[in-house]
Design a protein around this ligand. Structure first.
Ligand code: GLA
Length: 509
């Protein structure tokens, strides 16, 4: 959902116009957007927009290569010169396009749109050659099997990641300063121990194929020692494709070697981000591709939390644990916007049964403290992530945390809900328009209850004990206000601010 990908969708979706067609043409093969040229393909492959269509299993399979090298599956139907594509960006993010095919152009538009069409053309011979280099021949993947649990992440991982705030503007100094700030703010002691370096640390491979960090990270062992010396852990990032989403070197064809490098550096956590792997593998091969790296990590004997990141495609919650995942992203990228955060968070209900100790649904990292949401919206973000048993990976500049950001992230009751040892994510029990009530069973027969107002005006939210699954009377703690409330009997009811939440822990009395 980050804009560079959306941009492509919008560009494609801004498509239109039906081109006249001569005779029925073959749609299979490569199509490039008009803004692609050989120079961009050679120098900035992460910026290309390409549609690749091939025949398979008696039908057509498409893949949209969008900026940041993601290969997004596209369903393709052709009837003569008319085509219909459905871009399957991520769960719940499907964009249909209709179009017309001529000998060398494909013109596409969103159904019902009056915008001008997006025109694609056939690549030149030179461009084709460069495209083939981007997507090398497929290497074999292991047959799928269920990997036994690695015993890590019995509760959802907590820590910090560079991506949401810093993107690729990261270096050794920044990571050390973040580590100091995690200690100074009390975040480490509240549980935020993983310091995850996301995309942008990678350099080139040496003559033996060993992956090196870039010059901004001169000493990975030293950095790991620094983190470990501060009671923190090191998280690292790579891709099963030849390139990461930001265009850096990926682990394709070097999986075992890179796992050994990470182990030698002292890495404790690996995020494995699909990115350009989509140019090589089909979604159906995802489980085996992830299993391959999980096995490579196991072979090093260094415990590493394994974070699967493929935007919630291919029902990852059904196979993520078997493929060795301790967590798996269930959605596209979060952004520091109410609309994006709330759409992601409130769409997680039906995935609850797939999470359990050691294996978590990951609705993406936190945006708390990145300053584009209100205090109420950030409370909703934290409350929802805690209810969902989501990993709590802070994504703001911890070096300059506002006191209210630290308070939000370190509220002990909220963290205790997130980290509850039963490991059972919450479910939605009431939905009345923009008003939602969610409950999460907690250890000691207690229940976390969240009254969410997704609407833009204040509202009274009520839920009966029958709806909450609670009998008799219950004492309550208001988690954000950090105070005990009167005993509730039969129902709970409260006025809740727009985009806000009342988060309670109820205990039968
Ligand atoms: C993808 C992931 C993000 C982040 C970036 C890095 O978009 O979903 O979380 O890792 O890549 O390029």
């Amino acid at each position: 959902m980050r804009c560079n990908r959306c941009g492509t969708l919008v560009a494609l979706a801004a498509v239109v116009a039906l081109v006249e067609v001569a005779a029925a043409q073959e749609i299979a093969g490569m199509w490039v957007l008009q803004d692609v040229n050989a120079e961009i393909l050679a120098r900035q492959p992460q910026n290309v927009r390409v549609l690749a269509i091939r025949e398979a299993r008696g039908g057509l399979i498409g893949k949209l290569i969008v900026p940041r090298l993601a290969g997004v599956p596209v369903a393709v139907e052709q009837h003569g010169d008319r085509v219909r594509l459905v871009i399957q960006m991520a769960r719940g993010m499907e964009t249909p396009l209709e179009g017309t095919l001529t000998a060398d152009h494909l013109s596409l538009t969103l159904p019902g749109s009056t915008n001008p069409p997006t025109m694609l053309r056939r690549p030149s011979a030179e461009e084709l050659q460069l495209l083939e280099r981007l997507a090398p021949e497929k290497l074999p993947v292991p047959s799928m099997k269920a990997l036994p649990a690695n015993g890590l992440a019995r509760t959802p991982p907590m820590g910090f990641s560079t991506w949401n705030h810093f993107q690729t503007e990261i270096d050794d100094r920044t990571i050390r300063d973040i580590a100091d700030a995690l200690v100074a703010t009390g975040m480490r002691d509240a549980g935020y121990v993983y310091v995850n370096i996301d995309d942008g640390w990678q350099g080139e491979r040496d003559e033996h194929g060993n992956l090196r960090s870039n010059r901004k990270f001169p000493d990975m062992n030293g950095l790991a020692d620094y983190l470990h010396g501060h009671g923190l852990k090191l998280g690292m990032y790579t891709s099963p494709g030849p390139r990461s989403c930001a265009g850096f070197e990926g682990s394709y064809g070097h999986e075992e070697q890179d796992a050994r490098t990470f182990a030698a550096w002292g890495v404790d956590y690996l995020k494995y981000d699909w990115c350009s792997a989509g140019l090589i593998y089909d979604d159906a091969e995802m489980p085996a591709v992830y299993l391959k790296m999980a096995e490579a990590i196991r072979a090093t004997d260094r415990p590493m939390v394994f974070s699967i990141c493929q935007y919630g495609r291919a029902d990852v919650w059904k196979w993520g644990a078997d493929a060795g995942g301790n967590l798996w992203r269930t959605t596209g990228d979060i952004a520091d916007q109410w609309q994006v955060m709330s759409t992601i968070g409130f769409a997680q209900d039906e995935l609850a049964p797939f999470a359990k100790p050691g294996h978590w649904n990951d609705p993406d990292m936190l945006e708390v403290g990145n300053r584009h949401m209100t205090a109420a919206e950030y409370r909703t973000h934290m409350s929802l992530w805690a209810l969902l048993a989501a990993p709590l990976i802070a994504g703001h500049d911890v070096k300059s945390s506002a006191p209210e950001t630290v308070a939000l992230l370190t509220n002990r009751e909220v963290i205790a809900i997130d980290q509850d040892p039963l490991g059972r994510p919450g479910r939605r029990v009431v939905q009345r328009g923009p008003l939602e009530v969610w409950t999460r069973p907690l250890e000691g027969k207690r229940t976390a209850v969240a009254l969410f107002n997704r609407g833009a005006v204040p509202a009274t939210i009520e839920a009966s004990f029958a709806e909450l699954g609670i009998d008799g009377r219950a004492g309550a703690i208001d988690v954000w206000a950090q105070r005990s409330l009167d005993v509730f009997e039969g129902s709970v009811s409260a006025d809740v601010e727009p985009h806000g939440v009342l988060l309670l822990v109820l205990e039968p009395s």
